[in-house]
Design a protein around this ligand. Structure first.
Ligand SMILES: [Zn+2]
Length: 180
């Protein structure tokens, strides 16, 4: 019994707890989320809100992206959409059941819709988005039993870091507006 418990302890990082499913987030989740945060940090360089995503399959990154809405003048250029599109190209198909998508922010309705369409194996996200989140904050699109595919979700992984990035970005934006 202690053997099993020991293995479990080494697999999971007890600091991060998934409040949605009551399942502890894995150490790997934290590591992949750091990659997503690194993506997010690239967005402000071109005036975009810092949100990042990485798509992981078989222990490898198969897609990555950060918000490019402003620089691309594209309302669909969200981090998740970019990462999913790239993953589909890398894996050679639109069905992404072997993919776990890590995103720094709770997906919006468009991205949640894309996750369902892609039949993504699992979503792990950081901060909740009280204004636009479609994983339960505003609407719940990922686990609605009326759809024929539901995406397992782990939330709150490195949420404070993701939130801090957003906070810094918007604070700098406000400061710039006051200076002008
Ligand atoms: Zn989105």
């Amino acid at each position: 019994m202690s053997k099993v418990a020991g293995r479990r302890a080494s697999c999971y990082n007890a600091r991060v707890v998934d409040s949605t499913l009551g399942r502890p987030a894995g150490r790997a989740d934290v590591e992949w989320m750091r990659e997503a945060l690194a993506e997010a940090r690239q967005a402000p360089a071109h005036g975009d809100v810092p949100v990042g995503a990485v798509a992981v399959a078989g222990g490898l990154v198969v897609g990555r992206g950060h918000n490019r809405r402003e620089v691309d003048r594209d309302p669909t250029a969200h981090a998740e959409m970019i990462a999913l599109r790239q993953a589909a190209q890398v894996l050679g198909g639109w069905r992404l059941r072997d993919v776990t998508l890590y995103c720094t922010l709770e997906p919006c309705p468009m991205c949640a819709g894309a996750l369902v369409q892609a039949q993504v194996g699992r979503l792990v996200y950081g901060a909740d988005d009280a204004k636009a989140g479609a994983a339960g904050s505003v609407v719940e699109l990922l686990r609605d039993p009326r759809f024929n595919y539901r995406v397992p979700v782990t939330r709150g992984v490195l949420a404070a870091e993701a939130q801090a990035l957003l906070g810094e970005f918007f604070a700098a934006l406000r400061e710039r507006r006051i200076d002008e």
